[in-house]
Design a protein around this ligand. Structure first.
Ligand code: FEO
Length: 402
């Protein structure tokens, strides 16, 4: 891997992580990830963000191919989550920067994550400008997109937006640019990333996109801190439009059936619910939570408007993978869903009702009564499952048309 020049004297100097699959310990990253950081050479040499601690050597190797790391004058920390700041203490020790810039909330994160004694930290306000020679940088706070400390850096003369986590995707690749990558992989990675990380902050996304539009900021390049960089007018438009679409969360005519079975009875019910959807012409995906991760459910919700949950009852509640799934999905606050719940039981059978309540708490339009089936589903039980699937399909179609 080599450093890559995005524009004259603006370089990608990050680290590519081909191994990672468990991103931030809550979301799958089937394609790996990258920690992007950017070096700008001007009268001042500036490093924008750093990398995860284990990417330090790769980052320093890349910087060293361009300049002596000790020549770095400024470090800009757009966001302090450790995947962007883990290497900060070592690079500060190595290059002894003249200044380290961050937001006011960034200062809190930095000083509580690291021993910053003696660090030349300078807090920048929203809209602050910094001259580094021929170039001017504007800092724009993007609070809660996705941390309180988050901001982006705009290189005015080059029209480059270093966007930190926003517009990221988890793709490890020898490519650095979106236009070099398979389109469907790019889009599915963008969706997985957005729906598992950014989704609860969709109101901030809408606000930020509007602000950028109102400011009339011209953007040639969007350089996120994860994944591929958008450098063509088509791709810049593509990623901005995609974010607007993700944030809007309009209902889509497709259903996710996520289920967890103990002795295969709930699996049979799931299959019958799917038949009911199919009979009404609604596509679906079946996700067995004993084989798939809860972040897969969120990735599929990017293309779906219904979430149907199925679980056997165990110890008076849904099974553990379903409980984890509910916690994950609920925290990400998906909007505009149609929902339903089902499952088998042997004693008390609380799970379907509890799942329906969880869906209602997510403000989903819950269709039908929670459907429970004693032990192994019989023909009449499976007929009820098919009818539940059909009911969801009809409600979803109506929602999509409304
Ligand atoms: Fe990529 Fe919020 O860290």
């Amino acid at each position: 891997m080599r450093p890559v020049e995005l524009k004259k004297n603006i370089y990608w100097v990050g680290a590519v992580d081909f191994d990672i699959r468990n991103f931030h310990h809550y979301s799958r990253a089937p394609e790996g990830s990258t920690y992007n950081c950017y070096l700008v050479r001007d009268e001042k040499t500036v490093l924008f963000d750093t990398v995860d601690a284990h990417g330090y050597s790769e980052m320093v190797k890349h910087i060293s191919e361009i300049t002596d790391p000790e020549s770095i004058d400024y470090i800009v920390c757009n966001h302090l989550e450790p995947d962007h700041s883990g290497a900060l203490p070592r690079i500060v020790r190595l290059c002894k920067p003249e200044k380290i810039f961050c937001s006011a909330m960034g200062l809190k994160s930095m000083t509580n994550l690291y021993d910053t004694t003696g660090w030349p930290i300078e807090v920048v306000k929203d809209g602050a400008r910094l001259n580094i020679g021929k170039r001017n940088i504007t800092f724009l706070e993007t609070r809660m997109l996705h941390w309180p400390d988050s901001m982006v850096s705009y290189l005015e003369e080059d029209r480059v937006l270093i966007s930190n986590d926003a517009f990221g995707q988890n793709i490890a690749s020898s490519y650095r640019f979106a236009d070099e990558c398979d389109r469907s992989l790019l889009l599915s990675s963008m969706k997985r990333y957005y729906y598992n990380i950014v989704l609860p902050y969709s109101p901030q996304v809408i606000k930020t996109l509007k602000r950028v539009q109102d400011l009339g900021i011209a953007i040639d390049v969007i350089a996120p801190d994860h994944g591929l960089i958008f450098r063509t007018p088509e791709d810049v438009k593509f990623v901005i439009d995609s974010y607007a679409e993700f944030a809007a969360q309009k209902p889509k005519l497709r259903a996710v059936i996520a289920y967890e079975s103990m002795w295969n009875g709930t699996a049979k019910m799931a299959s019958a619910v799917a038949d009911g959807l199919e009979a009404e012409g609604v596509p679906y995906v079946l996700i067995n939570l004993q084989q798939s991760h809860c972040s897969d459910v969120m990735a599929e919700l990017a293309d779906s408007g219904a979430l149907i949950l199925g679980s056997a009852t165990r110890n008076n509640m849904p099974m553990v993978n379903m409980m984890a799934c509910i916690a994950h999905v609920k925290g990400l606050r998906p909007q505009n869903l149609v929902g339903a719940a089902f499952g088998t039981y042997g004693w008390s059978g609380e799970a379907p009702k509890m799942m329906a309540e969880a869906l209602a708490e997510m403000k989903a339009e819950v269709v039908g009564e929670p459907l429970k089936c004693y032990f192994n589903p019989k023909a009449e039980d499976l007929a009820k499952c098919r009818e539940l699937g059909a009911q969801v399909a009809r409600a979803l179609r109506e929602k999509c048309q409304g």
